[in-house]
Design a protein around this ligand. Sequence first.
Ligand code: 3EB
Length: 342
Amino acid sequence: MFSTLPGVEVRQGLPFHIAYLKGVHCADVLAAEGVLAVIGFGNSFPASEDDRRLWGVGLSSLENDDIFEVWYSDTSVRCGCVADIAYTCNDEALLAQIGVDEDRGNGLDSTTYRVYRDLLAMTRAQGYPYILRAWNYFSNIHLEHDGLERYKAFCRGRYRALTEALSDFPVQLPAASVIGTQTSGLLVYCLAAKQPGKQVENPRQISAYTYPQQYGPRSPSFSRSVLKSWTAQGQHLYISGTASIVGHRTRHLQDPVAQLRETLVNLTALLKAANQHTPAYPFRLALLKVYVRRRRDADVLRDFLSKQQVFAVPVVFLQGDICRSELLVEVEGLAVSAAAVS
Ligand code: 3EB
């Protein structure tokens, strides 16, 4: 089951690791030892299961099968629920998940504000106050409501909650992905820890939290990546959704392959920046998730990616809408760096 990771040594010193499984039943996956969480992607995924470690994301898999992203823990797992937030954790890391209907009258910004405020309060109360990484999914991402695109309304609510809660905003911002789904409601899940991670920005892109006004009244509040050194000295790099953006501008309109090529240049630059923090143990990519706006681009994008040696890691292709309407593809990932072997 662990064979999808590139090597045994990268697991050293890490409180969890992640694999993608397909063609399996989620009940069997949950019954295995050391399962921290199971995130299902696909159409036939059963939405309601009586296990807090399991949740589904309403995006179509482009893998001809449902995909499960499985988080494994080497130490004991505890899970529970506080109000409408489910959580699962081990000694070092906590995953929290919340899915809510949107407020009818108030719009997506107030729903987002409430969700983030509650998530931050809950992870703090559990003793994991630092949110390292967040995933956000909601429908009709480009639809305008009261003159504001829903993605921008989302950004406004998130900004308000994070500026209220983080004393050193924007330094402690989590890495993030925001993807448009076909299902209703707002789903947010996040990874939190007892000690902070370190923000690593991309030298080819201006920080999203300093984007100019044209991208919305409140800038997207996320870090390009977060570097986390775990207690046993293994390191993770959580890489935000990365797209064909240089500076703050979208590049290669209408050309999905050129967008992916630019995205991979951005990812390479980001890894290089992260490696400056850990020169003795450079990061290696462990997993990628590729969000494709148009189903018809999936084959050409998969073909292009498969020819890039450096990016030859387990990858999942999903169909979803990306925050800027001109973006056709976005890539997020996880990189790992081995701990010092004692
Ligand atoms: C970008 O770089 C593309 O609002 O949290 C990527 C990842 C994007 C996360 C977010 C937005 C977010 O601006 C869009």
